[in-house]
Design a protein around this ligand. Structure first.
Ligand code: ADP
Length: 191
């Protein structure tokens, strides 16, 4: 069983890498951002709830996000493990995830952080915005707000898992293949 948290600021490449890693290791990829966008595009009550936060680059409230994540995890009782992408983004979410995994007699195997500096992130997201049609990717002030929210609310999640020695950092700059290799080297060391 591998339960991996792919960690890093918005635009650091988590989604891109998570898709290939999930395939290689036979894991279920859960992206909370993708789940919210799916709900929004279907105008579900959950989507409508998330929309106002996402458009401003704020976090969707923990209870909403945790409930959605729990449903997704419970939908895959027989999986070999999960890659969490975009979750946990707050320490409360991390504690909820730990409790959920403990109930299944499992735990977080590792948190791997993709390190990318702010200017590179803004450039990447603005570039993605040209084709993604994501409203939160097209406005530099919203992108800067997402980075501020990340620094304020999400970086404590790294410190939380660092206490138990589960954190690893890799350089998130380079080709997609190079970064995949760096991730693979870390994951292959997990038992
Ligand atoms: P990125 O990491 O590129 O900013 P995501 O697709 O992961 O994009 O997330 C987009 C938005 O979805 C976030 O800015 C936030 O509003 C919402 N969101 C995603 N995951 C979470 C989460 N775990 N907790 C709260 N809000 C979330």
């Amino acid at each position: 069983m591998i339960n991996l948290i792919l960690f890093g600021p918005p635009g650091s490449g988590k989604g891109t890498q998570a898709v290939t890693l999930a395939e290689k290791y036979g894991l279920i990829h859960i992206s909370t951002g993708d789940l919210f966008r799916y709900e929004m595009s279907n105008d579900t009550p959950l989507g409508l709830q998330a929309k106002s936060y996402m458009q401003k680059g704020e976090l969707v409230p923990d209870e909403v996000t945790i409930g959605m994540l729990r449903n997704k995890v419970e939908a895959h009782p027989k999986s070999n493990g999960f890659i969490f992408d975009g979750f946990p983004r707050t320490v409360a979410q991390a504690k909820a995830l730990d409790a959920m995994l403990t109930d299944k007699t499992q735990e977080v195997s590792a948190l791997i952080a993709l390190e990318v500096d702010d200017d590179e992130i803004v450039a990447r997201i603005l570039n993605r915005g040209k084709t993604s049609s994501r409203a939160d990717d097209n406005d530099e002030s919203i992108i800067r707000n997402r980075i501020n929210v990340y620094n304020r609310e999400t970086t404590p999640v790294f410190d939380y898992y660092a206490q138990t020695g589960k954190t690893k950092r890799i350089n998130g700059i380079g080709s997609i293949e190079d970064i995949f290799d760096r991730l693979r080297q870390e994951i292959d060391q997990l038992s």
